[in-house]
Design a protein around this ligand. Sequence first.
Ligand code: FAD
Length: 414
Amino acid sequence: MTGAAPRIGIVGSGIAGLRAAQSVLAHETGARITVFGDEAHRTYNRPGLTKKRYPPSAGLGAALAEDLRVAGAETGALDWRLGTRVEAADLRDGVLHLSTGGTFAYDGLVVASGVRPRTTTAGGDEECARHVHRTLRGLDDAHSLHRELHRRESVTIAGAGFVACELASLAAEYGCDVVMLEARGHGPFEGVLGGDVARALARWVTAHGVTLLTGGAAEELLCDRSGRPPGGGRPAPPPGAASERPLFIEAIGSVPNVEWLDGNGLDLSDGIRVDAHMRVPGREGVFAAGDVARYPDPWGAENPTRVEFWKNAIDTGTIAGKALASSLGHEARTPGIAYFPSTVTEMFGLRVQIAGNPRNADSVEIVRGDLERPGDGVLVAYLREGVNVGAAYLDEGARFNRLYIELLRSLRAR
Ligand SMILES: Cc1cc2nc3c(=O)[nH]c(=O)nc-3n(C[C@H](O)[C@H](O)[C@H](O)COP(=O)(O)OP(=O)(O)OC[C@H]3O[C@@H](n4cnc5c(N)ncnc54)[C@H](O)[C@@H]3O)c2cc1C
């Protein structure tokens, strides 16, 4: 230890980092906790970036920040180092190297650095000869995207996952013609909910005016930021001023932010590997939580897994904080990971609720409704060896809420 009160470093000012800090403080009230965040903002509600609609006003930034407030983020009990990136870590000596040029010595560390959007190239060029490229992860991205979508008449979105679908819905409501490109599947959420539900969702977005291109048709329109058409050839001639080129949003998955941990001999193959108590094996006093953590998931088909859900970041952040407090000698009960995965999203008025782990299923059963009419309510059970391991509920209203809750009660982890 470096003094009487333990010094805790938390890398990442997102919800996992905040909940870990709160959880440490609940047991070790004297802990000196420093939260490093490379964004300029304290913890905010990241899922909210795409949920609400805003008029194109000068007050957009303030309205977003106000709507995205997270309970507890205003606390004065933490030392917030915002706009400060942790560039590297020496886990053996317990030292972080900061973008400011300084260092930070810690007694305990929580890795909560989340993920960033995957892009088609390693380079971050925002303009190629054919498009203006954008991604969405943070508050600043959202601020400029809301503004830009108001200004544009059309947008192309690569991907058909949660962020892509919410963006498509948002863009259409702001008056854009929307093209979605899904090169790998038949429609939205195929990897999670399977082909039949994906096709139903594809019909839904198409019925709401989206041009959804899949397979080869999608591939033809993908852009790797070189400006060259897929399959090679010369870059297309620039169609006007860069800012007027067609808007191309990449929402094709994410990459864990782990590079700053390089050189410590850790397994960083897909996020940072931890045990069921969010401890980094072989590194005393080091824990991880949230989107970046790969842990033995009781609900996981493959183990260990990473889960990019808001609730998961809260649950694992809390566990990491408890485990850290326990490592400092406190009697924090650390029961290990046990939680109920669930999330909800909305596209063109259709609420899609997902719980458990549908990916783990070997069969699918439509409990109620008809996938031809998802707006009227469809309840889907995902089974493995006859046991319910996942559930999905699609509805414009709340017709089968009671049944959905019953279905949730029947869900079992592996
Ligand atoms: C547009 C959008 C919509 C979403 N909607 C939903 C939804 O409806 N439901 C749902 O369950 N989930 C949703 N999610 C996912 C959810 O937001 C995440 O699961 C959750 O925010 C993860 O929290 P986290 O704290 O682990 O990571 P993050 O929130 O990513 O926080 C990590 C922070 O660490 C910072 N950081 C990274 N590296 C460093 C470094 N080296 N030094 C300092 N700081 C660093 C990052 O910039 C970031 O601020 C959505 C995500 C997005 C982007």
